[in-house]
Every structure is written in structure tokens, then in C-alpha cells.
Design a protein around this ligand. Sequence first.
Ligand code: COA
Length: 321
Amino acid sequence: MSLISTGSYAPKFSLGNDHLTTLVDTSSEWIEKRTGIKKRNISAGENTSDLAYEAGKQAIENSNVNLEDIDLVLVATITPDHFTPSTASMVQGKLGIKNAVAFDISAGCTGFVYALGIASSMIKNGIAKNALVIGSEVLSKVLDYTDRNTCVIFGDGAGALVLTKDLNDKIKDIYLQGEYDTAHNIQIQSVNVNNAMHTSQDASTLPKLSMNGGEVYKFALGALSELIEVILERNNLTNDDIKYIVPHQANFRIIETVAKKLGIDINKFYMNIENYGNTSSASIPIALAEMNNLGLLKKGDKIIIAGFGAGLTWGSILIEW
Ligand code: COA
């Protein structure tokens, strides 16, 4: 399988740290020092399928694949427009793609890695030939802008890849993991059961993201280390064989700590968190699109993408570009 092209999109409005200090008790210095984030894009009404459409359209335009040849559309998201139809079906409709399998993947901030793993397996098994794989989030619609533990961290955006069947398979290894988080350290609670048979005790009706940052931080350090170590070990590789590691952009400090622990040059980790914040499922494909646009990805380069997040879920993929 080959990775042919990339695309990305972020809403125009960029919310800087200074602006956040007018909404919640925080400071620009605290946010930047503790997370590495300077600004994040926030939707002015565009929903997840709109962002996904823009990123997907760009990835298709950058490829040599015709719309009618795309037979798989996957959208990784934890902020879908609706319960159903899926965001992927909506994107399929907006792009005018006929006769494609389309569905969403919900796997926290690991969503894009899971999605790429699924697309790769479906292509290898002959179920699909050309896939559009997107990570898209409008997290601002589930953020509480009075909760400084969360609203300073997350942002909106979308990234996309077009993949095609190729005997020279560029996806070299896929490592996916998950374990149920009984403490619900990151969650977006949604609609309670209220029906003719039952009245929910919990009055909350609006979905809101909540996070126990300290616990998630500890999980993320272990997960990111494991994701890199397992891929290197299973493929008899060392750090020197890897051109870039593209981690989920959760927090600069998480990445810096793991780089030190594993003895890997921090410059090998591609980071753009300062401009986007944490965009969950979208962070890795946005980073890949940016790297591609900057000409950083050369044919034959080995890169590792590594995602971790709610579920708990974590996963990494070894790609030869
Ligand atoms: N602005 C200003 N001060 C803040 C603040 C904010 N937004 N959030 C917390 N603080 C304060 C706390 O009240 C605390 O003050 P105290 O020492 O007087 O009690 C202090 O800063 C340290 O709080 P703490 O929660 O320990 O901060 P932290 O260094 O752990 O950073 C996170 C908080 C959320 C940035 C960090 O835990 C984190 O990044 N966690 C992982 C999040 C993540 O990656 N999520 C997505 C994974 S997919």
C-alpha cells in the first residue's frame, strides 16, 4: 500500500493564550510553559464533517486518484456531527463519492492510528483499493470555557491521507492497544438514558469534555514510550533508522520527557502543538500534511506515528514514506 497525498484544514479563527486569560483564570506563560501551546484554531460554526471535507478535498486534489475510484472513506473523530449518519458518510456525500464503504472510528486521540491500521488491513485484504482516511475534530463544541484544566489545551482541525493498493507495501508494522479506563480520566459524557421506562438521575444533557490531567499525563508517558520501543524492537531498528517520530500532539512536556527517557534526539519528534493545541484524532494527519508541504518527507524515509488517548487506547505504525 502507498500513501499518496495529504491534506489539512483548520478553522480561520485562532484563539491565542492571551485571549484565553479573559475567559478563565490562567496566564499565557502558564499555558506555554506547561503545555507548549501558544494558540489553537476554533470553529466559528463549521462542524466536524465540514473540516473533514476540506482536508479530504485537498488530499484528493493532491493525489492522482479520481473521486470515482475512492472506495473507502474513514473518519476518525470523537466529535461527530451526529450519532448517525456517520461523519464519514457525510464527507462522502459532500465530496460526491459514490459506491464507497464509509464509517467513523472513535478511539480517542488514537483514532487516526486505528483508522490507518484498519484502512491498511482492508486494502491488503482486497476489500478496498483507494482509501481516504481523515482525522477531524471540533472539540470546541464539547469544551467548557470555564474549566481551565481543559479549555486551554484543545483545538479544532482536520487532516487527511489518500492511500492506494501497492504491492510494495509502505505500512511496515502496526501496533494497536487498548484497555478500558474504569476511572474515566478523559471522557466526553453524552446523552443519558431517559425514556418511557427510565428517568436518568443525572440531569446533565450537554456533552462536555472532562479530564484528570495528572493521571492522563502518567498514562501518556508510559504509552508513548511503549509505542516507540515496541515498533523499534519488533522491526530490529534503532533510533538512527527512523527519520521522524510523529506523536499525537498532546503536550510538549510529554514528548520531551519521553525523548529524554528513550535517549532520542528531541528534533526527531515532529511537533506543531504550539500552533494547534491538542486536536485529538486530527493531530497526527495535520502534522503529516504540514511535514509533506515542508518537503520533510522523502521517499524511503522511515517514520513512526504514535497516538494515545481516551479509552484508553494507544497505537503506533511504522511507515516507509
Ligand atoms: N492555568 C493556570 N494554572 C493552572 C491551570 C491553568 N490552565 N491548570 C492548572 N493550574 C494550576 C493548578 O491549579 C496547580 O496549582 P497549585 O500548584 O497551586 O495547586 C498547578 O497549576 C499545577 O497543576 P497540575 O494539574 O499539576 O498541572 P500540570 O503540570 O499537570 O499540567 C496539564 C496540567 C493538564 C497540562 C497536564 O497534566 C497534562 O498535559 N496532562 C495530559 C493532558 C493530555 O495530554 N491530554 C490529552 C491526552 S490524549
